[in-house]
Design a protein around this ligand. Structure first.
Ligand SMILES: [Zn+2]
Length: 293
C-alpha cells in the first residue's frame, strides 16, 4: 500500500510538472492568452500550426481526387517549317494523303467530352499544332508527367514490297499481309513491362472489335514480332523509336491501320470505324487503370 501511495505521488508530480512545462512552452510559442491583449493573441495564433485533425484530413482528400493522366499524341506534323527538320508529315496513303491527317482524325475525338472517361484527364496534341518530336517529349517529361502516353500513327511498307503488292494485284497475298494495326514497344525502354502490359490490353480491345493485326513487319527482319496474336513489335536499335527511348512514363505507339493499302485507307476514313478505335483505346485505358489498383 505504501508503495502504491508513493507511486501515485510520483504520477501526480509528473502530471503537474508536465502541465506546467506545456504551459511555459505554449506561452513561449504563441503567448500567454490570459495575460495578453486580445489583438496580440490573434496575431500570434495566426502563425500557429493547424490542429492535427485538419492537417491529417487535407492530404488524404488530395490523393483521392488525383486523376489518371493520359497524353494522346498524333504522330508527325502538318508543317515541318513550324516544327523541326527532323519532323515530317509521315507516310503517304494509297490515295496520296499524308499520314498526319489520319492521325489527327483519331486523336481529335478525344477532345470531345463524350469520348473521355470520367476519371481520366486527357491531354491531346494534334499534328496540326506542329509540336516537334523533341518538344513534345520534353513537354511530356517536364510538364505533363502523365501515367500513360499513346502516340497515334498509320502504317506503310517498304517501297519494294509496295511494288510487289501492286504487281500481284488487289487480291494478292502481299496486300493481305500489308494491312491492319500494330503496337510498338521497346525492351530498351525503362517501362518495358508496363508498355507491354498496356500494348496487350489495347491489342485485345482492337481484336474484340474485329480489327486485324499487321504481321507484315515480321517479314522485313527489321524489328522482332514479340506477340504474333496481338501484332506487338519490339523496337530496338537500329530500328528504335525516339519516344520509346526518351519518355519517362509508360508509352505505346499504335499504328491504327496500314494506309498504303487502299482497303485500310477506306476503312479508317469512316468516322464509325474511327470511333470504334477510340472506344477500343478508352476500354484499354479503363482496364489498365484497374490493374494499377
Ligand atoms: Zn507515323
Amino acid at each position: 500500500m505504501q508503495i502504491f501511495n508513493y507511486f501515485l505521488g510520483l504520477v501526480l508530480v509528473g502530471v503537474i510538472g508536465f502541465v506546467m512545462f506545456e504551459k511555459v512552452l505554449v506561452i513561449k510559442l504563441v503567448g500567454d492568452s490570459q495575460n495578453s491583449k486580445p489583438n496580440q493573441i490573434t496575431t500570434l495564433y495566426d502563425t500557429a500550426p493547424k490542429p492535427i485533425s485538419k492537417a491529417i484530413k487535407e492530404p488524404i482528400k488530395k490523393t483521392v481526387k488525383k486523376k489518371f493522366k493520359v497524353v494522346i499524341v498524333s504522330g508527325h506534323v502538318a508543317d515541318r517549317r513550324k516544327a523541326s527538320k527532323q519532323d515530317g508529315r509521315g507516310a503517304k496513303s494509297a490515295g496520296g494523303v499524308y499520314e498526319y491527317r489520319f492521325n489527327d482524325n483519331i486523336s481529335s475525338w478525344f477532345k470531345q467530352k463524350k469520348y473521355q472517361l470520367e476519371n481520366v484527364e486527357y491531354q491531346v496534341i494534334l499534328a496540326t499544332q506542329n509540336v516537334s518530336l523533341k518538344e513534345r517529349v520534353n513537354f511530356t517529361n517536364k510538364i505533363l508527367k502523365p501515367d500513360l502516353y499513346i502516340e497515334i500513327h498509320h502504317d506503310s511498307a517498304l517501297l519494294r514490297d509496295i511494288k510487289r503488292a501492286k504487281r500481284e494485284g488487289a487480291d494478292g497475298k502481299m496486300w493481305r499481309l500489308i494491312s491492319g494495326f500494330s503496337m510498338h514497344v521497346s525492351s530498351q525502354n525503362r517501362f518495358y513491362k508496363e508498355n507491354l502490359k498496356f500494348a496487350k490490353i489495347l491489342s485485345n480491345q482492337f481484336l474484340n472489335k474485329n480489327f486485324k493485326p499487321n504481321l507484315y513487319h515480321s517479314t522485313t527482319n527489321r524489328f522482332p514480332l514479340i506477340d504474333k496474336k496481338r501484332g506487338i513489335y519490339n523496337r530496338i536499335k537500329p530500328y528504335g523509336l525516339y519516344i520509346l527511348y526518351h519518355l519517362k512514363n509508360p508509352t505505346v505507339l499504335l499504328e491504327c491501320a496500314t494506309i498504303i493499302n487502299s482497303k485500310d485507307e477506306k476503312m479508317v476514313n469512316s468516322p464509325q470505324n474511327q470511333i470504334k478505335m477510340v472506344n477500343a483505346i478508352n476500354n484499354a485505358i479503363k482496364i489498365y487503370i484497374k490493374t494499377k489498383k
